[in-house]
Design a protein around this ligand. Structure first.
Ligand code: NIG
Ligand code: FE
Length: 404
């Protein structure tokens, strides 16, 4: 059965000849062969068998290729200056990853004019779009002063609604002797300056960053200021991050690389999404988290890039999908769901991550017949066109729009 939605008086586009249409429209991964989809008013107006497709103002022939929801990258740190390729090279030569490298980027970010930060951010946003990411989250966390955090978030708000205040990334050097003083700043004046620009608050709960009580205090203050919680949890070793996330009603616990059974239980028994960031394990040569263990326990799993200049300088969701399938025991269906609907759930959004009727028309045309190619052909640029809210924003449509 085709599904329809009111399309009267809206310019409509029919994409037909879709070899595999991934809709995710009934909760889990869902796909149908030989499909078509109608976009109207920036939303999905109809999906169904190609042979039943209604007429539309313009027609695109997908030529048997796959169409997927745009990727939802729910974890990225894009407001920064400078780069740390030498640190990466040293890691690959055997040096371990430490959170301390963050301060190198803090120094460069503080010194950068707004124009440089904006240009870096926009370059990464365009890079993401070209790789199929139609929604991304963006954190602060490399300013760590009131004005530097606030300006970073204001810049992020220019390019995405999913803006996250991460003043509690690490304690900056000027507070090294007074971490409690920095915590007061993060929960007080810095939060007040940042909350108007943000939707989320995050904390790096880890040895070398913030402990359980500190993290809980930061999230409670954020919540009082109207921000919803997310947590960097259990990235570099076992720790309290996941439990803090569960107790704070966080949307997501991110990384989840070192989990106890109690952590897995906490994730399975609460709505907290486990957001896995395999780019970080790749970039830090750490063991990958076992997604199979989480999925088998009934945990909702999302995949995101963690794009940042230190631990994971990739903006590519296809790369993360390939890693998740090859290294984290996810099926191709699970990985694609986690990179689309899972990311949407981690951002508490129901209008993206799927192509059900009424969803925002964020979609990707793959230069391949099935979603599995994202892992089957790793490293190959397969995203041939991207629509965002119904507009072609990257790549090119396979056939020029024409009247039916
Ligand atoms: O998610 N874990 C904390 N923050 C980042 C790393 C930031 C950096 O190394 O610059 C992360 O991996
Ligand atoms: Fe991160």
């Amino acid at each position: 059965m085709g599904q329809a939605w009111g399309v009267a008086n809206l310019d409509s586009t029919l994409i037909t000849g879709i070899g595999e249409l991934v809709t995710n429209d009934d909760g889990g991964f869902a796909a149908r062969p030989d499909a078509a989809l109608v976009i109207a008013g920036g939303r999905v107006a109809w999906t169904g068998p190609a042979s039943w497709a209604p007429a539309a103002d313009a027609v695109v022939d997908a030529g048997g290729r796959a169409v997927l929801p745009g990727f939802v990258d729910s974890h990225a740190h894009l407001i920064f200056a400078g780069e740390r390729s030498a640190e990466f090279a040293a890691r690959m030569a055997g040096r371990p990853y430490r959170a301390g490298g963050i301060l190198v980027t803090v120094e460069a970010t503080r010194a950068a004019p707004d124009a440089v930060l904006r240009a870096n951010l926009r370059r990464l946003a365009v890079e993401m779009l070209g790789q199929g990411t139609t929604t991304f989250e963006c954190k602060s966390g490399y300013g760590l002063t009131v004005p530097d955090e606030a300006r970073g978030l204001a810049l992020a708000a220019e390019v995405t609604p999913e803006v996250t205040y991460l003043g509690a990334h690490v304690v900056p050097p000027e507070f090294a002797a007074d971490p409690a003083g920095y915590l007061d700043l993060v929960r007080g004046p810095m939060l007040a300056a940042c909350a108007p620009h943000a939707r989320w608050i995050d904390v790096f709960c880890e040895d070398g960053a913030f402990g359980a009580d500190e993290a809980a205090a930061v999230l409670a203050a954020g919540r009082a200021a109207g921000l919803a919680a997310r947590v960097h949890a259990n990235q570099l070793g076992p720790g309290p991050g996941v439990q803090v996330a569960a107790q704070a009603d966080a949307a997501s616990a991110d990384h989840c690389t070192f989990l106890t059974d109690a952590d897995v239980d906490a994730l399975a028994s609460t709505p907290v999404v486990a957001t896995l960031l395999p780019g970080a394990e790749f970039g830090c040569r750490q063991p990958f988290p076992d997604a199979r263990r989480l999925l088998d326990a009934g945990v909702t799993v999302a995949l995101a890039t963690d794009c940042n200049p230190g631990s994971s300088f990739t903006s590519s969701m296809p790369f993360c999908i390939a890693l998740a399938v090859r290294e984290m025991r996810m099926t191709t269906e699970e990985a694609v769901w986690a990179a689309t609907a899972g990311g949407a759930q981690a951002l508490r959004r129901d209008d993206i991550g799927h192509l059900g009727v009424g969803a925002r028309a964020d979609l990707i045309l793959l230069d391949a017949p099935s979603h599995a190619y994202l892992a089957y052909r790793p490293g190959v640029p397969l995203i041939s066109a991207v629509w965002q809210a119904g507009r072609l924003v990257a790549g090119s449509s396979p056939s020029p729009p024409s009247l039916p």
